[in-house]
Design a protein around this ligand. Structure first.
Ligand code: PHE
Length: 455
């Protein structure tokens, strides 16, 4: 495995933070988080989620940063660099495979955001009834061509950014897209809370209902924290291999965690007040964003179709941008790996990844329509991929990374990376190590068993 000491790096610390935050902020924040919070007691879930971010998420993020920056290699190669001649290399390969598979089906949903953006821009939601929105989504997602067309567009855009490279592609795009994303989130949240009866939605989101807190909620919040922060597949470890020597790992992890949580909570502030305002009970899963929400926009501004279209368009632009900065990071994990491992050009490597992930995307998309009859353990291919990656591969890989840094890696390296080799105070270090050694592995095992319904 090539270990490049003159490795290209992000041009600035801000660029590094925005790129990592771009990976973290995605469909997980705007689609999954509000629905999870909504179904699990609103604010009570959010409090537990925040606890999970601090207790598990941030230390594991610093651990992944440590692996990447120290090895100066992509996730797929970094374990081989830090633990040569051992079987740890398989953890790196597992990360690459997980990223490859997630990217395949994630890009299908990312593509949907473009179709909905087009509909929003062209007034496609106007004068539609609740039932129309259901059939619109069902017909579209089961169509054999349109979702694949949009998935291809999404893949081409991601490919284009990746081919431009780390500085000119990933960093530059993050620096432009992330501020636009923040502005959209804030504007939409303001718009939503000023609707009549918005307080009901805010109450729902911000008033803790501890009656709904079961162990399932606790474990659900941990799972959401891992997915949302892009942990457990080395996305952030690959990005950290481009961090400069002066990038502060704990500080960067804290910033990414804050940005990710801020966007997730504001996504809830956009969705719930708007839904309650028009008297729609928030649905769940894909239906919240692709069925409930267009209906909300339509009803909230039924007398002002232009405003309705503008809000819906802003929302789907937000969703598409958030998805794009995440697909860029998913693409980079495999592109950097093939580029380094097989010493092929970045361009060639990116092409292999794009074609490979596009093929998985096509199969995932068809699995929701014409190919829904092909199942694995009762799940169609889309759901099977989701289950395999999010519920098995991410927790296993996250657990192994925590164990690797907590137990295996030389403590001089671990402490050195966390304190920038003595240049930063490391008062948090003993807590950090204790979490990596004990708290995080046990926590991840709990999620794992819970998700597999072994309890
Ligand atoms: N964190 C991204 C989101 O919230 C998803 C993701 C997971 C991206 C793993 C990269 C790696 O949507």
């Amino acid at each position: 495995m090539q270990r490049n000491h003159e490795r290209i790096s992000f041009g600035s610390k801000l660029g590094a933070i925005l790129a990592a935050a771009g990976s973290a902020v995605g469909l997980g924040n705007i689609w999954r988080f509000p629905y999870e919070a909504g179904n699990h007691g609103g604010a009570a879930f959010i409090l537990i989620y925040l606890g999970c971010i601090f207790i598990f998420g941030l230390p594991i993020m610093v651990a992944e940063f440590t692996i990447g920056r120290r090895a100066k290699a992509s996730t797929g190669g970094s374990f081989g660099v830090l633990a040569p001649g051992t079987q740890w290399k398989w953890v790196g390969y597992l990360g690459v495979l997980t990223g490859f598979l997630i990217f395949g089906y994630y890009s299908v949903v990312a593509g949907w955001t473009l179709e909905y953006l087009l509909q929003a821009l062209t007034g496609g939601f106007n004068n539609k009834s609740a039932d129309d929105f259901v059939s619109m989504f069902t017909e579209f997602s089961q169509d054999p061509f349109r979702p694949i067309l949009w998935l291809s567009v999404f893949m081409i855009v991601t490919h284009f950014v990746i081919v431009k490279g780390v500085k000119n592609g990933i960093e530059k795009s993050s620096k432009v897209l992330m501020p636009v994303l923040f502005i959209l989130v804030i504007l939409l949240a303001i718009c939503s809370v000023t609707l009549p009866n918005a307080e009901k939605g805010l109450d729902f989101l911000l008033k803790p209902d501890f009656g709904k807190v079961t162990s399932d909620v606790f474990l659900g919040a941990m799972g959401q924290a891992f997915f949302s922060m892009s942990l457990g597949m080395g996305c952030l470890s690959t990005y950290a291999s481009y961090f400069g020597k002066d990038t502060r790992l704990a500080h960067t992890a804290m910033s990414v965690g804050l940005i990710d949580t801020f966007v997730a909570v504001l996504a809830g502030v956009i969705i719930f007040p708007a839904a309650f305002s028009v008297g729609i009970n928030p649905g769940s899963g894909p239906s919240l964003i692709f069925i409930t929400l267009p209906n909300v926009f339509e009803q909230a501004f039924s007398s002002m179709p232009l405003l309705s279209s503008a809000c819906a368009s802003a929302f789907y632009i937000l969703l598409a941008l958030a998805a794009l900065t995440s697909t860029i990071s998913l693409h980079e994990v495999s592109t950097a790996f093939f580029h380094e491992k097989f010493r092929i050009s970045r361009h060639k490597s990116a092409t292999i990844v794009s074609v490979g992930c596009w093929s998985i995307g096509v199969v995932s998309s068809l699995a929701l329509g014409d190919w829904s009859g092909y199942t694995i353990c009762g799940l169609n291919i889309f759901d099977a991929l989701d289950f395999l990656t999010a519920k098995i591969m991410l927790p296993v890989s996250g657990l192994l990374s925590a164990v690797f840094v907590g137990w295996y890696l030389d403590k001089n390296i671990v402490k050195g990376e966390a304190t920038n080799y003595g240049n930063l105070k490391g008062t948090f270090y003993p807590v950090y190590i204790f979490i990596l050694k004990f708290v995080a592995p046990i926590g991840i095992l709990l999620i794992f068993f819970n998700e597999l319904s072994l309890f």
